[in-house]
Design a protein around this ligand. Structure first.
Ligand code: PLP
Length: 374
């Protein structure tokens, strides 16, 4: 079976982990600090704060920006559920707007139309590793004095005109094993605002800067030295991993673009292909089953818009969906985002990870073309 994801870990990671084990310094320490320095450098920002997951990164970033009850955060419903869960968890209101049907990313025109006096932040998601239109979103955030919080959990080292995502606003990354680089579990926040970084450092560690002196409330959302040691090695490999993902994507697109909607990457944008996602206009789930039978693993990212998730159906008064016309409606009115709902029915991700062989790529192309009747 050609798997949809395959973390690439080798002897370098093993040696790094063994070094930490031998040192006895397993929890947050030197390796974490070094990982933060190197990750900040890669993103071109002054600060990075490592945490226990991408979800923790998003949650603590919202808290650090003092977003909470009474505030609205504009985001996408076409994402992993963590994007919206953290907004609810800080007591704020997610406001979902529709996506661009070509890139599947949040549509800046609809973002602007959804702004109300309660809006505090915009949370774009660089879905599948493809950057959102950050120049327009940054401009909207500047004009309306909003926090720009990038969910870059799928977009390590993606760029627009050589500016790395996570540096347009406050950036949040995940190091879950399927991601372009991993630490097992883990996350990081990137920012150019020292005060935000400082608040997150406190929040991740029970409000403690000096041992047993607690100046704020907080959590244990620390990264361990074991994770950071893996992360330091993976960060060294990230450029090569991304090159390989891009090369694999180019091969798939070359062979599939005549028969299917293949991923779009705008000029000047560096899409790092966390996922390679096609559109199957009809019978998507049958396609997935057939490909599975033929040895090709696939994924659906994501089959249910967040506002249609069973849990969100139960808490309809706690979020809003902003219709494409810009008319904000309450969740209770069962609103819909047409592009989001269509994408949820049609998207199918094919393997694109750097562990694929040339034979694997040829097999994927052959099996997809067969399904297209070629
Ligand atoms: C877009 C997006 N946001 C947030 C997350 C949460 O990251 P984690 O799984 O590390 O908590 C993920 C990862 O799955 C993600 O893909």
């Amino acid at each position: 079976m050609i798997s949809i994801a395959h973390p690439l870990l080798g002897s370098e990671e093993a040696t790094a982990v063994m070094g930490v084990l031998a040192s006895g310094q397993l929890a947050q320490g030197e390796q974490v600090a070094e990982f933060e320095r190197r990750f900040a450098e890669m993103c071109g920002v002054s600060e990075a704060v490592a945490v226990s997951s991408g979800t923790a990164a998003l949650y603590l970033a919202l808290l650090a920006h003092t977003i909470g009850p009474g505030d609205e955060v504009i985001t996408t419903a076409f994402s992993f559920v963590a994007t919206a869960n953290v907004i609810l968890q800080v007591g704020a209101t997610p406001v979902f707007v529709d996506i661009d049907p070509e890139t599947y990313n949040i549509d800046p025109v609809l973002v602007e139309a959804a702004i109300t006096p309660r809006t505090r932040a915009i949370m774009p998601v660089h879905l599948y590793g493809n950057p959102c239109d950050m120049k327009r979103l940054a401009e909207i955030a500047r004009i309306h004095n909003l926090v720009l919080l990038e969910d870059a959990c799928q977009a390590h080292a993606a760029q627009i005109d050589e500016q790395v995502v996570g540096s347009f606003g406050t950036g949040c990354f995940s190091f879950y094993p399927t991601k372009n680089m991993t630490t097992g579990e883990g996350g990081i926040v990137t920012t150019n605002q020292p005060a935000i970084a400082e608040r997150i450092r406190l929040l991740r560690n029970h409000g403690q800067k000096v041992r047993y002196v607690h100046t704020s409330s907080g959590y244990n959302m620390r990264m361990t030295n074991l994770q950071a040691a893996i992360g330091l090695v993976q960060l060294e490999k990230l450029a090569r991993f991304n090159e390989q993902r891009i090369e694999n994507a180019q091969f798939l697109t070359k062979h599939l673009k005549e028969v299917l909607q293949t991923p779009v990457s705008h000029p000047g944008y560096r899409h790092v292909y966390h996922q390679y996602t096609i559109r199957v206009l009809e019978h998507r789930d049958q396609w997935a089953a057939r490909l599975h039978e033929r040895g090709v693993g696939t994924g659906v990212h994501y089959p249910i818009p967040i506002y249609q998730q069973p849990y969100y159906q139960e808490i309809r008064a706690q979020f809003r969906v902003s219709s494409p016309e810009g008319k904000a409606e309450t969740g209770a009115d069962a609103p819909c985002l047409p592009e989001t709902e269509l994408a949820a029915k049609q998207v199918l991700s094919l393997p694109v990870h750097p562990a694929l062989s040339k034979d694997d790529l040829s097999t994927i192309v052959r099996e997809v073309l067969t399904l297209c009747g070629n």
